[in-house]
Design a protein around this ligand. Structure first.
Ligand code: ADP
Length: 456
């Protein structure tokens, strides 16, 4: 659901003294919210039209390094500005921040007068527009998993992220009693997001010690991505407000399961708002359109992995027997499969891509999935036979790339993605992935020191 505050309602809330601050944010390459806090009066008088941010926000890494080698910006070009253009349909109240509203911005190149091609929101819009031209829209839901800790972010940082205490001491998958103990944080998250206009379905304990899941009702892809970015930031803010840390890192500990962000997908007609994946006569109630869509994602499974698993750490999550997939195959209601068919035989028949972790950028992930699915539709790709059984145990099934290096090479070589998203965009994200790899390669890890310090 788009925001819950019209521009008029915002003006009224400001005049009544209910709102004094407007957060205007754009999404960066990591899917994070970056922006400014406006004095509300200034926002409604001026900044609602546009504001500006340094163009390095779409050329930095997690640490905000000024990474050399991007074509879009550099020290040489002086790291100038982009325009941030608030999308007023995303205006929301932020109940957990006093007197605060929030709006998401598009990133526009003020010389070219068009959206910056490598801006994540623009990348997703481009794929959504391709669907729209065919009379369709993608309905998506991105689940989010995270680990909740007893310590605050500050305490975690001070101790070098050692001796972290998870909020539970046992696997809390579906546990009501254990999650009761976490309600001070999780209830605040559900109710806070609900008050911000987010259609929260539920939270639940997940299949690891201290792990939580947050489910949001499916929506069209752009709205879902906007919501995902807002929810992730909101969860951190709410937990921080209670002096608790939570992490969306794909794999925070060797012994723990990973954090997934499964992406449920179905295509609907724009006219008449009908689900198009349903055919009562098809296998599991799947239409030919759905079969081609899934076939496209399987065909390009390696090409799109970098957008589902963007960091070194993302690949640590792909571990057998942890509910995170290692094989890019499809199977009905099978949690060992990378692509799980859900809601078989019903109007809600859909494909759940289980490859992505909670560290993914939702705009890039959904754009890549749509692009691969559309390739399947346009080329009428045949859906391979269903995989049955334990996919972890299958030596022959198509593997998910096991390293960022392999996934980056597949992204770089993907003519499908280069055509769908543009050469400039793919070169930009290949550069980001290579930088991530190089940054890791030049570091000595704790594991290496402990293993070899005395014995090497
Ligand atoms: P799970 O057992 O995987 O948790 P759920 O029934 O809770 O499955 O649904 C998971 C997600 O799928 C929810 O976020 C829901 O909104 C979404 N979903 C349901 N129907 C559809 C659909 N037709 N298209 C896309 N997503 C859907």
């Amino acid at each position: 659901m788009p925001g819950n505050l019209s521009f008029d309602a915002l003006k009224q809330a400001i005049s009544q003294g209910e709102i004094d601050t407007v957060v205007a944010a754009q999404v960066d390459m990591q899917g994070r919210l970056m922006g400014k806090r406006f004095q509300a009066k200034y926002f409604i008088n001026s900044a609602y039209k546009e504001t500006h941010s340094c163009n390095y926000l779409l050329a930095t890494d997690m640490e905000m390094e000024t990474v050399e080698g991007y074509r879009s910006t550099s020290w040489e070009s002086g790291y100038g500005d982009y325009t941030m253009k608030p999308d007023l349909s995303t205006l929301r109240r932020v109940p957990w921040l006093e007197g605060t509203a929030y709006v998401l911005c598009d990133v526009v190149d003020h010389n070219r007068h068009e959206e910056v091609p490598h801006s994540p929101r623009a990348i997703l819009k481009r794929q959504v527009a391709r669907l729209e031209a065919m009379g369709m829209k993608a309905m998506m839901a991105t689940e989010l998993e995270c680990f909740l800790f007893e310590q605050s972010y500050e305490e975690a940082q001070e101790t070098g992220y050692r001796d972290l205490k998870t909020v539970s001491k046992y696997n809390e998958d579906y546990h009501i009693f254990q999650t009761t103990k976490e309600e001070n944080v999780m209830r605040a998250i559900r109710n806070g997001l609900h008050g911000a206009g987010v259609e929260v379905e539920c939270t639940k304990g997940e299949a690891s010690v201290g792990q939580e899941e947050i489910n949001i009702k499916y929506s069209d892809a752009l709205d879902m991505a906007d919501t995902h970015a807002f929810v992730k930031n909101g969860c951190k803010e709410i937990a921080w407000g209670q002096r608790r840390a939570l992490t969306f890192l794909a794999k925070w500990h060797n012994e723990a399961a990973g954090n997934s962000s499964h992406i449920h997908q179905s295509l609907w007609s724009i006219e008449g708002n009908r689900p198009l994946f349903r055919d009562a006569n098809g296998q599991y109630g799947m239409s030919d359109l759905m079969r081609h869509y899934v076939a496209g994602q399987l065909h390009h499974a390696s090409d799109i992995t970098c957008f589902l698993a963007p960091y070194i750490n993302s690949y640590k999550r792909f571990a057998e027997g942890t509910f995170a997939p290692t094989k890019a195959i499809w199977s009905k209601d099978n949690r060992t499969a990378g692509y799980r068919i859900c809601g078989d035989g019903s109007d809600a028949v859909r494909v759940e891509c289980r490859i992505g972790g909670s560290d993914l950028n939702p705009y890039l992930a959904m754009a890549a999935l749509i692009a691969a699915g559309l390739d399947g539709i346009e080329n009428k790709r045949e859906l391979e036979d269903e995989f049955k059984g334990d996919a972890y145990a299958s030596a022959n099934a198509r593997s998910v790339p096991r390293t960022l290096r392999a996934a980056t090479a597949a992204l770089d070589g993907s003519s499908m993605l280069r055509t769908a998203m543009g050469e400039e965009v793919i070169d930009h994200y290949v550069h980001a992935a290579r930088w991530e790899q190089e940054e890791f390669d030049r570091r000595v890890t704790d594991w290496e020191v402990a293993r070899g310090f005395e014995r090497a």
